[in-house]
Design a binder for this molecule. Sequence first.
Ligand SMILES: *Cc1c(COP(=O)(O)O)cnc(C)c1O
Length: 486
Amino acid sequence: MKYISTRGLKEEVPASEAILNGLAPDGGLYIPTQIPYYDIKNKRFLNNTYQELAFDIMAPFLADFTEIELKSCIAQAYDEKFTNELIAPVKKVGNDYYLELFHGPTLAFKDMALSILPYLMTTSLKKQKVKEDIVILTATSGDTGKAAMAGFANVPRTKIIVFYPKEGVSKIQERQMLTQEGANTFVVGINGNFDQAQTTVKQMFNDSELKDQLKKNKQQFSSANSINIGRLIPQIVYYFYAYQQLVLSKEIELGEVINVSVPTGNFGNILAGYYAKEMGLPISQLICASNKNNVLTEFFKTGHYDKNREFYVTNSPSMDILISSNLERLLSLITERDPSRLNEMMLDLAHKGEYSLAAEEKQQLKDFYSGFATEEEIALIVKQVFDKENYVIDPHTAVAKKVADDYLKTNVSDLKTIIVSTASPYKFPAVFLGEAGLANEVEKLSELTGLAIPNSVMELATLPLRHDRVVDVSVMKNTVLSLLNS
Ligand SMILES: *Cc1c(COP(=O)(O)O)cnc(C)c1O
């Protein structure tokens, strides 16, 4: 199994090289040359722990990793830093099944992949006999930045620089980032939004002046964003794991078809679900749930992608995105990996901000249902789920719940639905409380719900602020140049 670029570069590279590069040299994303099959009826599936299943699912994708290497990465990633021993437990709440992906150190699902990525990367450095150190450049809508820094803090031979939209993240998210320890971590607020951060970061990967500077310093760039296959592959695991839990708890029979509803931003999480389906997991519909930035809702309904629209900062900020990078990987699959067609669409996106699918191409999207939730609907769902079930969900998860309910209103289906729960409610307490800006919102949330405050939130109050840079988008590159030499 090797990796090729979506944009047509002929060279096939092994997983370790794709992980180190992040983005392919032609600006495309790496995709696996084939998607392996995983038989859920194999004898081990139902007995596997999270770690064992992670090995079975990831091994074929990481064909150049030895068994010992991969098992060691997995063991170091999925350990006690997850506060739930199942790592990714499924909770039955009413008729819904919530796959809780927020029990990692930073309380969002990004931990599922970013706790293992640093180990995959340092193993790749050794395998590829790379002499340069790694500089991770990352744009974050709030959760990736913290999770990536937590993963890479003090990892030898790495440095990490994170850009986040200064006015576009929750108070807790910002405090988590600004208190980050580790001499190799740097956080920079920008006067701009996530899309601007992500676009500028992508440009920097291919900037020759920066590359020369890196070479002089014996460094090379890589990415911790979900454009890196080292992010995507670990995310496939929990779809299988959730399914296993439903079988073990006798909610479904082995082989029974289910739906999944995923709160979507950069299209990484749901793409991992699509890969799981392609690998053989019996998923019928992948429900792509957006907030008011509903560019994907329109795309799946009409085949027309149009980012020329107002950008909203919402109460589910990790999904405030108009350019969903990982969609490129899906487009590559549905255009039968025809790079010329893909380049056409990506050029249209870059120059006009839009592109359209042909009718046959649109036909290939039938596995996806799309919908969105407004901020008022999100707040209402959070309240309703708590009032009815005494279960607290965060605003991102509420988006997935709302759109899953919409699906059932318009489609007759008796399939069970997994709602992917991507953040702890403690990361976004203002939505539950209904009033932003409360000084003691964490205590208030705990008081009203009886839900224990996670330690990682408690300690935020006393940790010193260690980062204070804020820059304009136009000087992001200069900031990187000066940080490279620090
Ligand atoms: C990143 C994130 C999302 C969106 O995930 P994508 O993989 O970017 O689609 C949803 N919810 C939360 C809490 C997140 O941190």
